[in-house]
Design a protein around this ligand. Structure first.
Ligand code: PLP
Length: 408
């Protein structure tokens, strides 16, 4: 490699995708403007068909965004007032918010400290707690493929079957990821995703979709997204719904973006993640553990430091080299002020430590720049920068993890 010094690395190179596909996106937008079909119509129908084919699921219902997809899914499975929905404590706030918007009570479950997804052991504990300490009715598990990493679907679905809980998969960060060679969006009763620009399949605005093999749930969700309109009796509104249509312009753009994601980006994301994971793991650094049944398409590349001090120092030193790193997520949802009432409703003590793994991971997690548009040379520079920084201040951790003296 030459002596080129990197000036700046973007956290996400969305502009590169925009530039590469600009002509095709413009043509699609122009065609749509010419057609005057701004609400629903052929672009939406075609996208739903293509998405269902990609996910290999019988029904795809598009909607306005990934949060709505979750709300529609939860309402369509019949979540009722005081229905408890188990959700991981480490996720984007929308996972929990959707439960409240759908009328349910979120119960925050700790994560597995290695995969960073919902802990099946803690799910059992929280379920028992709810049954013995609250009057809530356990209804569903809403698990999240965090940063693209599939959850432990074997134990989680077995648990849901045993206790008659519906399994909802929040795949907003995991479009393209699979569990046992099937999209994780098929791992539960309903799977949802988001087309927010920075997600795996991002559009040029907001968008979302849900997937299910249950015709009744699909039809109910579709009706809810169209103001509760009856799907078979014209002019009748049979339930209180909302306006959550996917914008037709976004659907037209997604009809360009999906084939590109499928033919180019998905492989690139996988190759890049493998390269980075290997480099960091062989240096004794911790990355997200991937279960053997999983084939993730990561949306974020995560490093776990030994302590908060080391994490903060890593981010500070990366930034001084012009490399932006971020903290997803700095605060467990159970500690977010808006969710305090639900901790109480679930019968937990407000001052006790609810989910120790989540609390610790929030202190030690860092997300590095990562996307399908990152160049090989940039990835190598990123790897070199991280290794040189961590070598300075993580020698003990490396020795401990490798079981042998490699550095110092
Ligand atoms: C982004 C995201 C959502 C919400 O998607 P929007 O399209 O932004 O509404 C839900 N859950 C998770 C885990 C997310 O990352």
């Amino acid at each position: 490699m030459g002596k080129r010094r990197m000036v700046w690395l973007n956290f996400k190179n969305l502009d590169r995708r925009q530039n590469a596909l600009f002509d095709k996106l413009s043509a699609a937008a122009e065609e749509l403007l010419g057609s005057g079909q701004f609400i629903q119509g052929e672009p939406v129908r075609k996208l739903e068909e293509e998405l269902a084919r990609f996910v290999q699921c019988s029904h795809c219902v598009s909607c306005a965004n990934g949060t709505d997809a979750l709300v529609l899914a939860l309402k369509a499975i019949g979540l009722q007032e005081n229905g408890a929905v188990f959700v991981p404590d480490l996720t984007f706030v929308a996972s929990a918010e959707a439960i409240v918007l759908a009328g349910g009570i979120p119960v925050f479950v700790d994560i597995d400290p290695d995969t960073l997804t919902l802990s099946p052991d803690d799910l059992q504990k929280k379920f028992t707690w709810i049954q013995t300490h609250s009057s809530l009715q356990p209804k569903a598990v809403l698990c999240v493929d965090l940063f693209g990493n599939p959850c432990a679907y074997d134990s989680i679905s077995a648990f849901c079957d045993r206790h008659c809980l519906s399994l909802i998969v929040d795949g907003a960060q995991a479009f393209g990821s699979s569990w046992m060679e099937d999209s994780t969006l098929n791992a539960g009763l309903v799977g949802t995703t988001s087309f927010f620009p920075a997600k795996n399949l991002g559009c040029c605005g907001d968008g979302g979709a849900l997937f299910t093999n249950d015709a009744q749930i699909a039809s109910c969700a579709r009706s809810l997204a169209l103001h509760g309109k009856s799907m078979n009796q014209a002019e009748l509104y049979t339930q209180i719904g909302t306006n959550s249509r996917l914008d037709t312009l976004q659907a037209a753009l997604l009809n360009v973006l999906l084939p590109h994601f499928e033919s180019v980006e998905i492989d690139r994301l996988r190759t890049l993640a493998k390269r980075m994971r290997k480099a960091f793991q062989s240096a004794g650094l911790r990355v997200q553990k991937v279960l053997p049944q999983s084939d993730p398409v990561f949306s974020q590349f995560i490093l776990l430091s030994g302590s908060q001090k080391e994490r903060d120092e890593l981010i500070r030193q990366l930034e001084s080299k012009g490399i932006p790193a971020r903290i997803y997520y700095p605060v467990p949802i159970h500690l977010q002020p808006a969710y305090a009432p639900f901790i109480k409703k679930a019968g937990f003590k407000p001052d006790g430590i609810l989910n120790p793994n989540t609390v610790r991971v929030c202190q030690t997690i860092a997300a590095l720049p990562f996307d399908a548009w990152m160049k090989d040379a940039e990835a190598e520079e990123l790897i070199a920068a991280v290794l040189s920084i961590t070598e300075q201040f993580l020698p003990e951790q490396r020795i401990e993890r490798d079981g042998e003296e490699k550095t110092v």
